[in-house]
Design a protein around this ligand. Structure first.
Ligand SMILES: *Cc1c(COP(=O)(O)O)cnc(C)c1O
Length: 253
């Protein structure tokens, strides 16, 4: 296996959703599901920055954290191993579904060394206990300032597509908010680039007040000139909690 830091395929395409657009709402999607042929989605942009930082600091081992079915943990396992790093994670229980089982199986097949934690506080203590000179800690969702800058890049990429006429400048960009890095990086990027676009963050993790606080904190650290109202939040679609599907969500999917 070639040792390399993941690099996605960019720019990801923008497409108009004709069937879902209405005379008053022009709906577009930026296909970040296509960031990588092996494991796409929104974790790739963050990991590009995080893994580069870890390697630059001479680290050989990553310790991260997430729920048992965390896609962040899986993406970190896949791309961390390819970058030549050993990957460990503190895994916190969530209600077991087929999907959660599938993610955990994929983690283990890709070489994750998994440790069990009962709670997120326990997981944090477990991470600290595993700290070492050559260990790089990645908190929940990879949402550090370094990781969030991956979505600052995405804002720059979108701006270029708009400037080239691929789509009109959006009034709002809607993203889900788990650990906040995606929304924070985008909002900071839009502000720094002088765009009008605001971010609507659909909160999918708990507690919502902490999610909002962390997102705004990360946004300010990515670009100090971002104002708080650059990102608006809604918790209306959280349902029964993190990882719990709602009927509307399932139907929309
Ligand atoms: C992880 C994930 C999120 C949450 O991103 P955060 O940066 O943790 O807020 C949103 N959407 C998808 C598809 C994800 O996989």
């Amino acid at each position: 296996m070639v040792v390399e830091i993941v690099h996605g395929s960019y720019p990801t395409p923008v497409e108009r959703l004709d069937a879902l657009s209405t005379p008053t709402c022009d709906l577009w999607v930026k296909r970040d599901d296509l960031t990588h042929p092996l494991y796409g989605g929104n974790k790739v942009r963050k990991l590009e920055h995080l893994l580069r930082d870890a390697k630059a600091r001479g680290k050989t081992r990553i310790v991260t954290v997430g729920a048992v079915g965390s896609h962040h943990v899986l993406a970190t396992t896949i791309f961390g191993a390819r970058a030549g790093l050993s990957v460990e994670a503190m895994l916190v229980p969530q209600r077991t579904t087929d999907h959660v089982r599938e993610v955990l199986r994929a983690d283990l097949s890709q070489g994750l060394l998994a440790h069990r934690a009962r709670t997120y506080v326990g997981a944090a203590l477990g991470m600290v206990a595993r700290m070492g000179q050559r260990t790089y800690l990645i908190p929940m969702g990879g949402s550090t300032v370094v990781g969030s800058m991956g979505y600052f890049d995405a804002a720059r990429e979108l701006k270029k597509q708009i400037d080239e006429g691929a789509m009109p400048e959006p009034d709002v960009a809607v993203v889900t908010v788990g650990s906040g890095g995606t929304a924070a990086g985008l909002a900071a990027g839009f502000a720094a680039l002088g765009m009008k676009t605001r971010v609507i963050g659909v909160v999918v993790a708990t507690p919502p007040f902490a999610v909002r606080w962390l997102t705004r904190w990360l946004m300010k650290r990515c670009f100090a000139g971002s104002s708080a109202d650059r990102v608006l939040f809604t918790s209306r679609y959280l349902g029964a909690g993190y990882g719990e599907p709602t009927e509307e969500g399932t139907r929309a999917t």
